[in-house]
Design a protein around this ligand. Structure first.
Ligand SMILES: [Zn+2]
Length: 385
């Protein structure tokens, strides 16, 4: 390249640079939780639906991007709720999104949640619960919520069909019923407990077929028998911290086996076991993840700060609890770096007023975010912004 060509190229770059750099949005705030840790005086640069960079504002750049300067606020990744029933109960998706949850995994409802994309709630569904004839949830909700299996081959075929229909995860019910205080023990069942559960061979067949098709298995467990069945069959996850108190050695075994436990602690606040089991499980190094059973009447349609507080009562630090609702949840879904603000992550982020580390009011603000962005599209904008 001669000098003249070089100058010409330099001029072109100079002309092109401002337009290029002006693309994207730079969000700044006094505090950020990036999915793992807190960063002060932080910024996130977003472009084309993805995070370009995040970190201390001085290192992020983006001087000519459109700016959303939030000041006294906390930026976090959009929250991921790993246990909801938003389709069964017709919870409006836009309401959930506006209240800080950008991804939901529905563990009993529709396989698909309608149109997906920028500005919409990210939806993953299990569809109906795999269960034994007459097993939970049939006594409470009838057969429309159930995929009834009878025998090993029936179990395999059912999982295969659910995956073909688009199930992101397989939910299986291992629930004999009757735990005091549990949401499913309200006395409105058509048949009294004990309810039948699938056999160990059937659960093993479910796990085998789900894994062959690249899906995890989430078990509804509420007490010891179901938990032992789930452990013996190699189920990946418990959809609840069990409602009945479990022996410590069983929870230790679950932790060592790498089972993930979705808390749903708030909806189970009146049970004897949920929080105590979660505490023992966490003490043994188990991974407790954020999920609320959203659509249960006491759970808000959006982020539930009470669930997060109860997770800290179970032994997690605030940072660990927030990670359980963001980065660890994204990893669990196999969608990392979803749930972080790392380069290349989907630009799902929210911001709450103030410092979420301060007092009880801090995390409560996450229920009423002043900014919500989903796939790079802003769905809640700061007033005046
Ligand atoms: Zn549920």
């Amino acid at each position: 390249m001669n000098r003249r060509e070089s100058l010409k190229l330099g001029a072109l770059v100079a002309m092109a640079a401002p337009a290029f750099a002006a693309e994207g949005v730079l969000v700044t705030a006094d505090l950020m939780f990036d999915g793992r840790r807190f960063v002060e005086d932080a910024a996130v640069l977003v472009r084309d639906g993805k995070v370009v960079r995040s970190g201390p504002a001085r290192a992020v750049g983006g001087a000519s991007a459109r700016k959303i300067a939030l000041g006294a606020a906390t930026i976090t990744p959009g929250m991921i709720d790993l246990h909801v029933h938003v389709t069964r109960n017709h919870v409006p998706f836009d309401r959930v999104l506006r209240h800080g949850v950008t991804t939901v995994r529905d563990l009993g409802g529709q396989v698909k949640g309608g149109p997906q994309g920028p500005g919409r709630l990210r939806y993953l569904g299990a569809g109906p619960l795999v269960t034994a004839p007459g097993g939970y949830p049939v006594p409470l909700y009838g057969e429309r919520m159930a995929a009834v299996v009878a025998g090993v081959e029936s179990a395999r075929r059912t999982v295969s069909r659910l995956v073909d229909e688009g199930a992101a995860v397989i939910k299986i019910a291992l629930e004999p019923g009757g735990e005091p205080g549990a949401p499913w023990s309200g006395g409105h069942a058509t048949t009294p407990p004990p309810w039948p559960m699938p056999s160990l061979e059937e659960v093993r067949a479910v796990v085998r077929e789900a894994h062959r098709r690249g899906r995890k298995v989430s078990a509804h467990v509420g007490e010891e028998r179901g938990a032992r069945l789930a452990l013996a069959a190699g189920v990946d996850e418990w959809a609840h911290s069990p409602a009945a108190p479990l022996p410590g050695d069983l929870l230790k075994k679950a932790a060592l086996q790498g089972v993930r436990v979705i808390g749903t602690l708030d909806t189970q606040a009146r049970t004897k076991g949920a929080i105590a089991n979660a505490r023992t499980f966490v003490a043994h190094g188990g991974t407790l993840l954020y999920g609320t059973d959203m659509a249960h009447p006491e759970i808000p349609h959006g982020f539930d700060s009470q669930e997060l507080s109860l997770m800290t009562h179970a032994g997690l630090s605030l940072e660990q609890a927030l990670a359980a609702a963001t980065s660890l949840a994204g990893e669990h879904l196999g969608l990392a770096p979803l749930g972080t603000l790392r380069p290349g992550a989907p630009a799902d982020l929210i911001a709450a007023a103030g410092d979420v580390r301060k007092g009880h009011g801090g995390v409560k603000e996450l229920e009423f975010p002043l900014l919500v962005m989903a796939g790079g599209r802003t769905v809640v904008t700061p007033s005046g912004g």
